[in-house]
Design a protein around this ligand. Structure first.
Ligand code: MG
Length: 388
C-alpha cells in the first residue's frame, strides 16, 4: 500500500500559492496549514448545530454537518493514502466542503436561492468559498483564511458559468471545462459515499425507512442477506451497522481499484495533466456506480421526500425566508458588523449589495440560532419543534 506521493498528486512545493503573501511555516506543510485553519475557523464550529437531513433536536445520534464532514474526511484520507494522493489536501477540502451550508440543510439553501433570485442567486459551494475567502475574520493582514489555490479549487466543486466569470483563478476551470486535482475529485466522491450510506443509517434510526424497504436496493440487500445467512444472533443496531459498513467498504474499495487502474492507464505526468485530462481520473467502476446510484434514487424517493422530512422543510422555509425579509427591511436588526456591511455594499451595489450582506448573515446561522432570531424578530409564537 503506497503512502508516497505520486507525480500526479498535489505537491505542497508546487502549490499555486495563496492570495496574500504568507511565509512558509517552519514545520507544517502548506495543505496541512489549510486543514488547521479550517478546523480553527468559526464556520467549522458552527457545523455542529447545522442539519444534515434530520434537525438537531430530533435526537442526539443523528449526523450533523460536523460529523458528516468528519466522515467525509475519513473516507477521503483512506483513499488518498491508497492512491498516493496528498492526504492533507483531501482532508482540508473534505472538512471545508460544507462550510457555506445554510441552516436546515437543503431546505434552507433552496429558500435562500429563491430569495436571492433577483440578485444573482445563492449557491452553497460558492458560499463555502466565500466563507474561507472573505467572511472568516481571523487575521490581521487579510480577510478570510488565505488558503492555497488547491484547497479553494476543491471547495468550489460546482459553479454556474455566470459566477465563474466573476471569480478569477478558481472559476477558470468551469469556463475551460478542465478537471480539478485528483484530491478535489476524490473529496467530491467521498462526500457522496458518506451521505448516501449514512443517510441509510439515520433513516433507519428515525423510523422513516425499514430494512424491508431497503431490500429493494441491491447494494443494501446483498450485504444484509449475507449477514443474515451467517445465522449469528446479533442486535438490530449491530445488523444495521454491519450492513452499512459493508456497503461503504464495497463502494470505497471499488473507488480505489477503479481509480488506480485509470491512473495507471492515463499516467498523468503531473497535476496539470490531471487538470487537462478529458475525463476525471478518480471515479467508480460502472457496476458499482449503478448500484450506488440505485441507492441514491431510493433515498430521494423514500427519505428526502418523506412526509416528516417535507414538513420540516416547509417550516424551515418559513423561518429562512422570514428572516431574509426582516433583515432586508431593517438591516440594523442584524449585528453591527453585518449591518455595516449591508450599508456599505448597498451604497456600492444597491439592493443587490444589501441582499448579499443579509444572505451572508442568514447563511452563517446555525439551526437553533435561526429559530431564536425568528422567534425574537418575526413571530414569537413560532413552533420551534420542527418535528411536529
Ligand atoms: Mg456534504
Amino acid at each position: 500500500m503506497s503512502t508516497d506521493l505520486q507525480p500526479y498528486a498535489a505537491h505542497d512545493s508546487d502549490t499555486r500559492g495563496r492570495r496574500y503573501p504568507d511565509p512558509p511555516h517552519p514545520y507544517r506543510a502548506e495543505f496541512q496549514r489549510d486543514r488547521d485553519r479550517i478546523i480553527h475557523s468559526t464556520a467549522f464550529r458552527r457545523l455542529v448545530y447545522k442539519t444534515q437531513v434530520f434537525v438537531n433536536h430530533e435526537g442526539d445520534h443523528y449526523r450533523t454537518r460536523l460529523t458528516h464532514s468528519l466522515e467525509v474526511a475519513q473516507i477521503g484520507r483512506t483513499v488518498a493514502r491508497c492512491l498516493g494522493l496528498n492526504e492533507h489536501l483531501v482532508e482540508a477540502i473534505c472538512l471545508a466542503h460544507d462550510l457555506g451550508h445554510t441552516p436546515f440543510g437543503h431546505a434552507g439553501q433552496d429558500v435562500l436561492n429563491d430569495c436571492m433570485q433577483p440578485y444573482g442567486g445563492f449557491e452553497h459551494n460558492l458560499q463555502s468559498l466565500r466563507v474561507v475567502d472573505e467572511l472568516e475574520d481571523k487575521y490581521a493582514g487579510f480577510a478570510g483564511l488565505n488558503l492555497t489555490f488547491e484547497t479553494r479549487e476543491g471547495i468550489l466543486k460546482h459553479c454556474s458559468k455566470h459566477n465563474a466569470r466573476q471569480l478569477a483563478d478558481v472559476g477558470e476551470r468551469f469556463l475551460e471545462r478542465h478537471q480539478p486535482s485528483c484530491e478535489a475529485q476524490l473529496a467530491n466522491l467521498a462526500d457522496e459515499i458518506a451521505y448516501n450510506n449514512h443517510d441509510v443509517d439515520d433513516g433507519l434510526r428515525a423510523g422513516l425507512l425499514t430494512e424491508g424497504e431497503l431490500c429493494a436496493v441491491d447494494l443494501f440487500r446483498d450485504h444484509y442477506e449475507t449477514l443474515h445467512r451467517t445465522g449469528n444472533e446479533i442486535s438490530r443496531r449491530a445488523m444495521i451497522h454491519e450492513t452499512v459498513r459493508a456497503m461503504v467498504n464495497e463502494v470505497v474499495t471499488d473507488l480505489i481499484d477503479t481509480s488506480r487502474a485509470t491512473l495507471a492507464d492515463a499516467s498523468p505526468a503531473d497535476i496539470e495533466a490531471v487538470r487537462t485530462a478529458p475525463q476525471p481520473l478518480i471515479g467508480q467502476g460502472s457496476a458499482v456506480r449503478v448500484r450506488h446510484r440505485e441507492l441514491k434514487k431510493f433515498l430521494h424517493a423514500s427519505l428526502y421526500r418523506h412526509e416528516r422530512v417535507l414538513a420540516m422543510t416547509r417550516k424551515a422555509a418559513t423561518i429562512v425566508s422570514g428572516l431574509f425579509e426582516c433583515y432586508m427591511n431593517d438591516v440594523h436588526a442584524m449585528p453591527k458588523a453585518h449591518a455595516g456591511r449591508a450599508v456599505e455594499w448597498s451604497g456600492e451595489l444597491g439592493d443587490a449589495g444589501k441582499a448579499r450582506a443579509v444572505t451572508d448573515y442568514v447563511a452563517g446561522m446555525t439551526d437553533r440560532y435561526a429559530y431564536s432570531a425568528y422567534g425574537r424578530l418575526v413571530d414569537s409564537t413560532v413552533d420551534t419543534d420542527l418535528t411536529r
